[in-house]
Design a protein around this ligand. Sequence first.
Ligand SMILES: O=c1[nH]cnc2c1ncn2[C@@H]1O[C@H](CO)[C@@H](O)[C@H]1O
Ligand SMILES: [Zn+2]
Length: 432
Amino acid sequence: MADIIIKNAYVLTMDPEKGDLKNGTIVIEDGKITEIGEKTSESADTVIDAKHSVVMPGLVNTHTHAAMTLFRGYADDLQLADWLEGHIWPAEAKLTAEDVYKGSLLACLEMIRSGTTAFADMYFYMDETAKAVEISGLRASLCHGLIELWNEEKGETDLKEGKRFVRAWQGAADGRIKTMYGPHAPNTCSEEFLAKVREEASKDRAGIHIHLLETEAELLAMKERYGKCSVHLLEDIGFFGPDVLAAHCVWLSDGDIEILGKRGVNVSHNVISNMKLASGIAPVHKMLEKGVNVSLGTDGCASNNNLDLFEEMKTAALLHKVNTFSPTVLPARQVLEMGTVNGAKALGIEAGMLKVGKKADLIVVDMRKPHLTPCFDIHSHLVYSARGSDVRTTIVDGKLLMDDYRVLAFDEQKVLEEAQKAAEELIARANA
Ligand SMILES: O=c1[nH]cnc2c1ncn2[C@@H]1O[C@H](CO)[C@@H](O)[C@H]1O
Ligand SMILES: [Zn+2]
């Protein structure tokens, strides 16, 4: 007997070999997809009738700071340096472990509701985010943010905590949690420190998550300090590899793109954050042309201000069209690949596609909505018309986290109330 059967669905497999099924059935057992076809002879404890719905791989958010949900709308319309150093960092100095727990749970709730099944996170008090992931049922690649700022003592303390976290949580929550090293950025960490982090990550067989060339200010600071940009510096110290996840990558030269492609670096494109902070426009279509694995991230809620990857897909598709004066750039199908297949690859997850043997991380999107009627093309609808709130069911590792708009993972009202209270108290402390 199987665990879950989803029937009567439009199945968007994202598997080029299989294609889509107009009226399909998916069977889930022991956390994996065991059958995809027109019908099944199996029976299951839970049978979901997905009439008027699309079943698709869960979306993967490859760059966020989950607990920053507490700063949603706290500091808007500011220059990045002023935003980060003048507002966010002083407020973060007042964060407690409990705040991070409550903010992370809120983020998990928002992700479950908007169809995200896995995410990559860099922050502080990461045990708390890990606990929230464990409870919520989501999948995540987590790292403790290392902000050395050329302070040797801080570098050592951060790295020690980073290593403790990597070792404590690697493979936890039935393998749903993976851990990484999280050096903040090449302009907030020294060359020696970055080299040391690379060494430790290799030793622990953990990946590395870093902000990379987000702003022109970083590019200029790097040129002044080292006479080369961040990509060349990291290339010269042997930092890059397919286990590196680089967020933003806005200020890249053609040569930088070649390097990222050659080294198999995974890029997280955070289009809304880049627009909101006016950081610039990442050369996404060029990266994709060069075979770079580009996925999508929301960044934290202080620079977005939500975790809805449907919005991210639409915005990415639109921005790159107007930026290149070419409406054929980033077509809907390619953007869906960025949100699913490429994201799963970036986090090393056996998912991102609905295929027998893959992990059962999938979502059911309700298409019986005014803004989704009529429907000629599912790809187009999912990118240009759908919203995160159209997701009715979310399954991770073969477990139902939300069933027909009902969140099962935890008490939703309690999560909302506690996050609201924690945020109010935190901001009061920060403004005191
Ligand atoms: O877009 C961004 N650029 C640079 N730093 C960021 C951004 N978003 C969040 N953080 C900061 O990164 C640290 C995580 O370890 C946090 O301090 C967070 O505020
Ligand atoms: Zn970030």
